[in-house]
Design a protein around this ligand. Structure first.
Ligand code: NAP
Length: 290
């Protein structure tokens, strides 16, 4: 399969790197950009696949029309505001996968009337094939088989789908190489994004803040503080997932102990409200863009 990345920024690069390292990488990945050179950089970085084999062919192209014509799946990795401009120069009659935040599939489909249009919201951990990917369910093209047992998967038909265009089941398999795929009604996608799409940034900030406390108040070496925090997070996330909500913090915080004191400081400073406020602010921004 040939994947065409229209836009070679942060998310496109993370997905491309994830697929390049997958067990069965796509045969070909093509890239464009708006002139930054990121497309050429990615094509060079990923040529041959990570093991240096010859299984994966990559190429940076100079124009979006050629990209669209050569791709089985055109991946829209530009910003939502660029949609109109890029669509006018990149008509496709096969399939389009939109990564555009806060942009309904119907709006993308208006610009690609001949194509099967899908919408997914990935997070940046797709680069390590440990991402979370929320695929909107209600845009399945008419007559398309739905893999993965997703509920609520009917929806508007898309006329004129090219013979051999990427089907939903194939797409779910392809996305599954990058992490866990959840099929969600499109009405849930913005809220899901505010939680799973933004989480890598929030955790990054939390790691720095916690490790910084170990440096400033405890005198730890910055590199060691970061390493200890990351290792603790990694194991703790698996543990939290294996227990009931709240169970782990109750098990760590013995009465009168140091964790209890730390939890109280977080509570007194409104930590839960602050975290929920981040989700609210992201959602408000998405609704403003909609
Ligand atoms: N970053 C995330 O974690 C994340 C998560 C979920 C969804 N998304 C969605 O993914 C999309 C991309 O986000 P991003 O963070 O990757 O943005 P980004 O790093 O700014 O990348 C945008 C890319 O689009 C390219 N572009 C713009 N106009 C173009 C045109 N006419 N032709 C070809 N390429 C064009 C840019 O080219 P230049 O390199 O030349 O500027 C750049 O490579 C957004 O819609 C966002 O909502 C991002």
């Amino acid at each position: 399969m040939t994947l065409g990345f229209l836009g070679s920024g942060n998310m496109a690069a993370a997905m491309a790197r994830g697929w390049a390292g997958a067990d069965s990488p796509p045969a070909e990945m093509l890239f464009t950009d708006r002139g930054s050179g990121r497309a050429a950089g990615l094509a060079e970085e990923l040529a041959g696949g990570p093991a240096g084999g010859a299984d994966l062919s990559t190429e940076a192209l100079g124009d979006n029309a050629e990209l669209a014509a050569r791709s089985d799946l055109l991946i829209l990795g530009c910003k939502p505001a660029d949609l109109e401009r890029v669509a006018s120069g990149a008509q496709v009659s096969s399939a389009v996968l939109s990564l555009l935040g806060a942009t309904p599939v119907a709006r993308v489909a208006e610009h690609f009337p001949e194509a099967a249009v899908y919408r997914v919201m990935p997070n940046l951990a797709v680069e390590l094939r440990r991402g979370v990917l929320c695929l909107a369910t209600n845009e399945a093209p008419a007559g398309d088989a739905v893999a993965g047992g997703g509920a609520d998967s009917g929806g508007g038909g898309t006329a004129g789908i090219r013979e051999g265009a990427v089907r939903r089941g194939d797409l779910i398999e392809l996305l599954g190489q990058l992490g866990r795929v959840h099929e969600l009604p499109e009405s849930n996608l913005d809220a899901a994004t505010a939680v799973m799409g933004c989480s890598p940034a929030y955790l990054d900030l939390f790691v720095d803040a916690l490790a910084g406390g170990g440096v400033i108040d405890g005198g730890l070496d910055p590199g060691l503080a970061r390493q200890l925090t990351l290792e603790a997070f990694e194991g703790s996330l698996a543990l939290i997932a294996s227990r009931k909500p709240g169970e782990v913090r109750r098990a760590v915080a013995s009465p009168g102990g140091s964790t209890e004191a730390g939890l109280r400081a977080l509570e007194e400073n409104g930590f839960a409200e602050v975290a929920a406020g981040a989700v609210r602010a992201s959602l408000e921004r998405m609704r403003g863009a909609g």
